[in-house]
Write a protein that binds this ligand. Structure first.
Ligand code: SF4
Length: 211
């Protein structure tokens, strides 16, 4: 089953997506800490609880990463009513699944909320649009993005164009899952990439150019 995280990885670098699907990656990043802090604060718990919760959930917990995330975290209560937290939803028909950080009540409908780090100047990042589009394929309409390093809450709409774009990405990720090795997408992310060595030793193929 293709997960949202695979599609987001594909956006960063298609080859990174290949490595994550076929070899897995066990890292503890600021976004993991931020999610746990958010869940704790939303339920009225403090930072100490958030840290204990995170330690017990992540075997690769890193105190330095947690502290850095906690220093930047901004909590603003925007008055949204929580329906559920950390929910796994999926579409058997499409063979895709995702974890929704929070489902909130917006008037008559339930809307998914995703946690992100820094906001762009206006609107939402492409990867956040893709998260909203992925959720739309599973049956939600629209999404909210909580930018945890500023406290901004923004909306991501999910029209036909977004859903079409996400479907295309899912099809590509399915090809990667079947074993196609995509070409490298060199960027500043390469310096942080855990698969740098493996990647640089693998040649590109003619077929990889089509992914
Ligand atoms: S080193 Fe760069 S090009 Fe290679 S997989 Fe990582 S991010 Fe992609």
């Amino acid at each position: 089953m293709i997960g949202l995280s695979h599609v987001v990885s594909y956006l960063t670098c298609p080859r990174l997506c290949y490595y994550r699907i076929h070899f897995g990656e066990n890292v503890f990043a600021e976004i993991h800490a931020v999610r746990e802090i958010y869940f704790s604060f939303r339920q009225g718990f403090d930072l100490e609880w958030a840290e204990s919760r995170t330690r017990s959930l992540y075997e690769n917990f890193d105190e330095g990463v947690f502290r850095r995330a906690a220093e930047k975290f901004v909590y603003i209560d925007h008055g949204l009513r929580t329906v559920d937290f950390d929910v796994y939803v999926r579409s058997e028909k499409l063979g895709v699944g995702m974890v929704v950080d929070e489902i909130v009540r917006d008037g008559e409908r339930d809307v998914p909320l995703f946690i992100s780090l820094n906001p762009p100047e206006k609107g939402v990042w492409l990867r956040d649009v893709i998260k909203a589009g992925f959720a739309a394929l599973i049956g939600f309409d629209g999404a909210r993005i909580y930018y945890a390093y500023s406290g901004d809450l923004r909306s991501a709409e999910t029209g036909y164009g977004t859903k079409r774009r996400v479907l295309k990405l899912i099809e590509r990720v399915k090809m990667v899952e079947r074993g196609f090795l995509p070409e490298k997408r060199e960027s500043k992310y390469c310096d942080l990439c855990n698969f740098k060595e493996e990647c640089h030793s693998k040649p590109e193929t003619f077929a990889s150019k089509f992914l």
